[in-house]
Design a protein around this ligand. Structure first.
Ligand SMILES: CC(C)(COP(=O)(O)OP(=O)(O)OC[C@H]1O[C@@H](n2cnc3c(N)ncnc32)[C@H](O)[C@@H]1OP(=O)(O)O)[C@@H](O)C(=O)NCCC(=O)NCCS
Length: 182
């Protein structure tokens, strides 16, 4: 019997098509309506922090981190999207991606990570809504899903204001099409 192992590695340029297909399957087209997308669509994913999970040569998981700046000028990371192929869930792939991303971000000197997601899932990695109390996103957000994790103690203490993307590039064609249709 062939044992299929899952490996986690840095994302490569050639992973983009499979990654987007996985995200379409996990979130559907409405993923471009999410407020977090306003912080990603003109942004560049943080260097060396985008991860993929590969099983039998197939991309089965994706996690990316984005550089953003808080309203009071702190450089932090925005995590997401995180997705695992529906057929491969509950096998620990999501947790592996999360733990490695957090470890690499800390090693790279980043001070904090923010995300919008289900608190019952992300709490196990230390994320809490208490750290985002005075922060805002450039659009509507369910505050109970707006979570933070300090990589350096106190990094989010008193953090406030609206998040902005750290890098600003032209809109991708896909994002531009969504804007036109909205
Ligand atoms: C969330 C997701 C990435 C987790 O990936 P995964 O590889 O299944 O995660 P893990 O194996 O590390 O953990 C699975 C556990 O988390 C739980 N879990 C999964 N999603 C959860 C959620 N939204 N809220 C609470 N618990 C959740 C599962 O029930 C499972 O529990 P079990 O171990 O008791 O069976 C995956 O379910 C997914 O891609 N979902 C669709 C996209 C999505 O919702 N992304 C995250 C945005 S909040």
């Amino acid at each position: 019997m062939k044992i299929e192992t899952v490996s986690v590695r840095l994302e490569k340029r050639r992973d983009a098509t499979a990654r987007e297909a996985l995200l379409d399957a996990a979130f559907g087209d409405t993923r471009f309506e999410k407020t977090c997308e306003r912080l990603r669509e003109t942004n560049r994913a943080a260097e060396g922090l985008s991860l993929v999970a590969i099983k039998n040569g197939r991309l089965v998981g994706t996690l990316r981190l984005w550089p953003v700046v808080t309203g009071d000028g702190r450089s932090v990371l925005l995590l997401g999207p995180l997705a695992v192929d529906a057929a491969e869930r509950s096998a620990g792939i999501g947790a592996r991606l999360m733990r490695l991303a957090i470890k690499r971000a800390r090693r790279a000197g980043h001070k904090a990570i923010l995300l919008v997601g289900d608190a019952p899932y992300y709490a196990r990695f230390g994320f809490s809504p208490a750290l985002t109390r005075d922060l805002d996103l450039p659009g509507p957000v369910d505050r109970s899903r707006f979570l933070g994790l300090e990589l350096v103690s106190g990094a989010l203490k008193g953090a406030s204001g609206v998040l902005q993307p750290a890098a600003v590039m032209p809109l991708s064609q896909k994002a531009a099409n969504f804007r036109l249709a909205a």
